[in-house]
Design a protein around this ligand. Structure first.
Ligand code: ZN
Length: 181
């Protein structure tokens, strides 16, 4: 099932997101629907609030970038109740986009390396270090679970320059190649 994607301006993207337990209904189905929704929109990551659910779940598939970073071959994962418990001091600049901010791309600075604990869709525990593009996409999606959008992280100057676009998102004045709400 493909969900419509929630666009900037909706309170759903700013709400608190709750951890889920093993009793959460049909987690496997939710995760598959999130992948399907993400692929339909040509995204590399999608967080639950972007489909209107305020829970701490996101999915990432950066396997298409495996051509340039061999360790990304087959990198398709679901992250449940994640906790980034370490971030490197050094940061990297990377041009980001977001399905909730259609057709907006801006350079964002983030820690180059992170360490994170999480559960997969079978509630198995994981603990790993990520760098490169994996760290980039994971931190972007993790921010969604904290109610943070990449536009929040821009310099005051850049934010001023895109203010009109953000206002238009909130007013529904934008175009997207996928279903939104
Ligand atoms: Zn996003």
């Amino acid at each position: 099932m493909i969900y419509p994607i929630v666009v900037y301006g909706s309170p759903v993207l700013r709400n608190e997101n709750k951890d889920i337990g093993r009793d959460y209904p049909e987690v496997g189905k939710l995760v598959e629907d999130m992948f399907e929704t993400m692929y339909a929109a040509d995204g590399v990551g999608l967080a639950a609030p972007q489909i209107g659910k305020n829970i701490r779940v996101f999915v990432v598939d950066i396997s298409p970038w495996g051509d340039s970073e061999p360790e990304l071959v087959g990198f398709r994962k679901a992250f449940i109740n994640p906790d980034i418990y370490w971030r490197s001091d050094d940061e990297t600049l990377f041009c980001e986009g977001c399905l909730s901010l259609p057709n907006l791309n801006e350079d964002v600075s983030r820690p180059s390396t992170i360490r994170m604990r999480w559960l997969d869709e079978n509630f198995a525990e994981h603990d790993a270090e990520f760098d490169g593009r994996a760290a980039r996409v994971i931190q972007h999606e993790y921010d969604h679970l904290e109610g943070i959008l990449f536009s929040d992280k821009l310099s005051p100057l850049r934010r001023t320059l895109i203010k009109g676009k953000l206002t238009n998102f909130a007013k529904g004045k934008y175009s997207a190649s996928y279903r939104t709400k």
